[in-house]
Design a protein around this ligand. Structure first.
Ligand SMILES: *[C@@H]1O[C@H](CO)[C@@H](O)[C@H](O)[C@H]1NC(C)=O
Ligand SMILES: *[C@@H]1O[C@H](CO)[C@@H](O)[C@H](O)[C@H]1NC(C)=O
Ligand SMILES: *[C@@H]1O[C@H](CO)[C@@H](O)[C@H](O)[C@H]1NC(C)=O
Ligand SMILES: *[C@@H]1O[C@H](CO)[C@@H](O)[C@H](O)[C@H]1NC(C)=O
Ligand SMILES: *[C@@H]1O[C@H](CO)[C@@H](O)[C@H](O)[C@H]1NC(C)=O
Ligand SMILES: *[C@@H]1O[C@H](CO)[C@@H](O)[C@H](O)[C@H]1NC(C)=O
Ligand SMILES: *[C@@H]1O[C@H](CO)[C@@H](O)[C@H](O)[C@H]1NC(C)=O
Length: 728
């Protein structure tokens, strides 16, 4: 009975609190008090009601009614603390209580725009090397760039680095500066300009290397500081795409130029959709030559997820990037006249000023279509006279096109497909998942003149982040089965960055907004995060090879958890080595390096001979490539033993000893490492070892993973290990 009441009590108090907050709040004295966090450590084991405890603590100091007025938040799930409005004297009295560990004023935090960089730990105050950074040149192969954007201002920049051999051939009405030091266009149109008319290229370039811009936002949504990963670095823009697409020949031409121009890194947020053979893949080829010249190419994994084997960035010399969430989620609320609030996905910059407008089903706004077609708001079905001044409700995620065409005031649509991402839409809109949509439906079904409103977007804290986006392309690698792809995961959901005022923020023609900053999602957005991070590493280690930089970022990545996608748990096939952690990658301890010859050997072992002359005696197979991740495809059901030779180079302190630690989640496989200890005497020294993975036979269509960590006590050099069956 006692246990029972202590479970119930917090709810009782919360109910009182809600009422109290509305009716008594905001007396003059309360406003003078500051909000303090009262921290009480871990939650005790067993029956314990934190809120009850918090309130009784406050009651002791403030009295019963004042306690409920004063409490602001009660933290009850992961740790024990509360926030309350307190005077200086009150907070001191609470601090003296034995169960209270500390009391401190709560700060007002600003929402920060390129929050994504903060989220991955590369903060504004992170240690930097600005002089070296300003010598780093990032080549961006994309839709061009908007040279007048504040993100590309060259205020404070010196002349281009001496090594720069590129040119500014931006075309008509395009001038470079000391930030955008190179520009080339590849259209056959003689008057073409590198000016970005889409927005995509300005977005990716500014994410990698944009200058710091305070108070950037998309019409007030996601307001904060916009900045790239390496704000002092230079940009060379290669315009290879227009509104129709990116011609392969133009892309290869841009690789050709960029390598010769002397860029340090190439960022290419493009892909072909389907994975194709390395030897006929423009990006694989262009980047192979970049690698040969010491230039790392960073590439988006693709937006074809969550289907298996959809990753289209497959070559081992490419750095292939999956997209994941950050802790900032953008949502759009719908308020119904009955007071109910629904939450949906959309980046909605429009305000309806809180005014409620009539809600109408698509089928009631059509004269020409059947109820089913009109219910889906299929193109051509809606009648503009019937939607005027109304919010149209459609049970189809593609309805936006039609509701926008006929000039509806707003739209609310059912879209269960991509619950994890909000897109910019051309009119006030919110996309609801099934549960929220059915609340709307019952309101519509039971109300005579239903009304509602769509609110401007808000941002929520997403405590589950990072999670790989549903759209992010998945492995396994269907071209090179023993190379794990994607390599790494980085922020790619709802990223705010520079845009083109000429582009449509929602990619609808009806959308006449001219945005200098916009919010986009895709592996396209994740890619420049890794480019920026790789550039950051390069400023500390200018002589590192592309494979060393890549290895450093992969082996220091945060381990991520597998998520269920349909019938599979997608794990490493979604995120590769894990979530990028640039600051850690500055000092990885050991790196897995591969030279052009190593890649050639790998290609020749599978009879791909188009990348160069094969050595006389080819041994081994792609699994033997000195890659920072370890993967092999095996036959289902059969017993197997796979050996993976690897060599690490010591890039840490000279005298160091590393011990191998293997973490196997599943008892169906065994992993051993020989030798299990590596002792280095000097920096730059190499040591080899063999990882052996064996098992009695995997189930049909299965993937098992493990990890290897080499640790010297300071550095933890982690490689994912994946074995999967060929029927995947
Ligand atoms: C150059 O482009 C900018 C941005 O589109 C435009 O405002 C300006 O009028 C153009 N100038 C000329 C001379 O075309
Ligand atoms: C290029 O610009 C010139 C001068 O403005 C114009 O005469 C010519 O028609 C343009 N060419 C194309 C292909 O638009
Ligand atoms: C909301 O208010 C603004 C400013 O008064 C006005 O421009 C806009 O048209 C209003 N929107 C609606 C939907 O009434
Ligand atoms: C509302 O009515 C529609 C038909 O107009 C029906 O398909 C739907 O199931 C109803 N939903 C609820 C929640 O009542
Ligand atoms: C992964 O899952 C474990 C167990 O549920 C949890 O403790 C851990 O915090 C999760 N890690 C991440 C990065 O989400
Ligand atoms: C490569 O070609 C040789 C000779 O044609 C053949 O024996 C071998 O099986 C091929 N290897 C692969 C992996 O296709
Ligand atoms: C490594 O340790 C040995 C023996 O303690 C010492 O002689 C040597 O100078 C050390 N080397 C470095 C690079 O610290």
């Amino acid at each position: 009975m006692t246990a029972m009441s202590s479970i119930i009590s917090p709810y009782r108090f919360l109910l009182i609190l809600l009422v109290a907050a509305h009716s008594i709040c905001c007396g003059a004295t309360d406003k003078e008090k500051d909000v303090y966090i009262v921290y009480m450590g871990s939650l005790p084991e067993g029956q314990y009601s934190p809120t009850f405890h918090h309130l009784s603590l406050l009651e002791e100091i403030l009295g019963e009614s004042a306690a409920t007025e004063s409490i602001v938040r009660s933290y009850t799930r992961s740790f024990n603390a509360f926030a309350a409005r307190l005077s200086n004297e009150e907070q001191q009295r609470i601090a003296s209580k034995k169960e209270v560990l500390s009391v401190f004023p709560s700060r007002t935090l600003q929402l920060q725009t390129t929050r994504s960089w903060e989220f991955i730990g590369l903060t504004e105050t992170a240690k930097r090397n600005p002089t070296v950074e300003s010598d780093v040149i990032i080549g961006v192969l994309d839709t061009g760039i908007w040279p007048e954007s504040e993100s590309f201002s060259d205020k404070g920049y010196g002349p281009p680095p001496k090594k720069w051999k590129g040119a500014c051939k931006g075309g008509s009405n395009f001038t470079c500066n000391n930030k955008i030091i190179g520009a080339r266009a590849y259209s056959s149109d003689e008057n073409s300009s590198v000016r970005d008319e889409e927005g995509h290229g300005s977005h990716t370039a500014s994410t990698a290397a944009g200058s710091k811009v305070p108070d950037a936002s998309f019409y007030g949504v996601a307001k904060g500081i916009a900045r790239g990963g390496v704000p002092s670095a230079r940009i060379a823009a290669y315009k290879v795409c227009d509104s129709i697409g990116c011609a392969g020949e133009d892309v290869l031409a841009a690789f050709d130029d960029a390598i010769a121009d002397g860029v340090d890194l190439i960022s290419i947020s493009l892909g072909g959709g389907k994975p194709i053979a390395v030897k006929s893949d423009i990006i694989s080829i262009g980047s192979f030559h970049a690698m040969e010249k010491g230039i790392l190419t960073v590439n988006s994994a693709g937006n074809e997820g969550p289907s298996v084997s959809s990753v289209s960035s497959v070559a081992p010399w490419l750095f292939s990037v999956a997209a994941s969430s950050t802790d900032r989620k953008i949502i759009t609320k719908v308020v119904l006249a009955n007071g109910k609030t629904l939450t949906g996905n959309a980046v909605n910059s429009f305000t309806l000023n809180g005014t409620k407008f009539p809600l109408v089903y698509g089928k009631a706004a059509s004269r020409s279509c059947s109820d089913i077609l009109a219910g889906h708001c299929i193109e051509g079905c809606l009648d503009s006279r019937l939607v005027e001044g109304k919010i149209v409700v459609c049970n189809d995620p593609n309805a936006i096109k039609e509701t926008s065409r006929v000039g509806a005031l707003g739209t609310i649509i059912l879209g269960d497909g991509q619950k994890d991402v909000s897109f910019v839409l051309p009119l006030p809109a919110s996309i609801l998942a099934t549960d929220q949509y059915s609340v709307l439906q019952s309101f519509l079904n039971s109300t005579k003149n239903p009304q509602g409103s769509i609110l401007k977007s808000e941002t929520n804290k997403d405590t589950h982040a990072p999670v790989v986006a549903s759209f992010s392309s998945r492995g396994p690698n269907s071209i090179l089965e023993d190379i794990l792809k994607p390599d790494i995961s980085a922020p790619g959901i709802e990223i705010l960055a520079a845009f083109s005022p000429d582009g449509s923020p929602s990619s609808f023609n009806e959308d006449k907004r001219h945005a200098k900053y916009s919010i986009l999602s895709g592996t396209s957005m994740a890619c420049p995060h890794v480019t920026g991070a790789a550039a950051y590493i390069k400023t500390f280690h200018p002589d590192w090879s592309p494979s060393a930089i890549k290895s450093a970022l992969m082996t220091t990545a945060w381990p991520m958890n597998a998520t269920i996608q349909g019938q599979y748990e997608d794990g490493e096939f979604a995120f590769g080595a894990g979530h990028i952690n640039p600051v850690k990658a500055k000092a990885p301890g050991l790196v897995y390096e591969a030279s052009k010859d190593d890649y050639l050997k790998m290609l020749c072992s599978i009879n791909i001979t188009s990348f160069g002359t094969c050595p006389k005696h080819i041994t081994g197979s792609p699994k033997d490539l000195n890659y920072p991740s370890i993967q092999a495809q095996v036959n289902a059901v059969k017993k197997f033993t796979v050996e993976f030779p690897r060599t690490v180079t010591n890039v840490g302190p000279g005298n160091s000893t590393y011990v191998a630690k293997v973490d196997v989640a599943d008892s169906d496989i065994k992993v051993s490492v020989k030798p299990g200890t590596l002792s280095f005497k000097s920096s730059g020294e190499k040591k080899s070892f063999i990882v052996t993975v064996s098992g009695k036979g995997l189930k049909v269509t299965s993937r098992l993973s493990a990890s290897l960590v080499w640790s010297d006590g300071t550095h933890n050099v982690r490689s994912p290990i994946v074995v999967y069956t060929n029927s995947f």
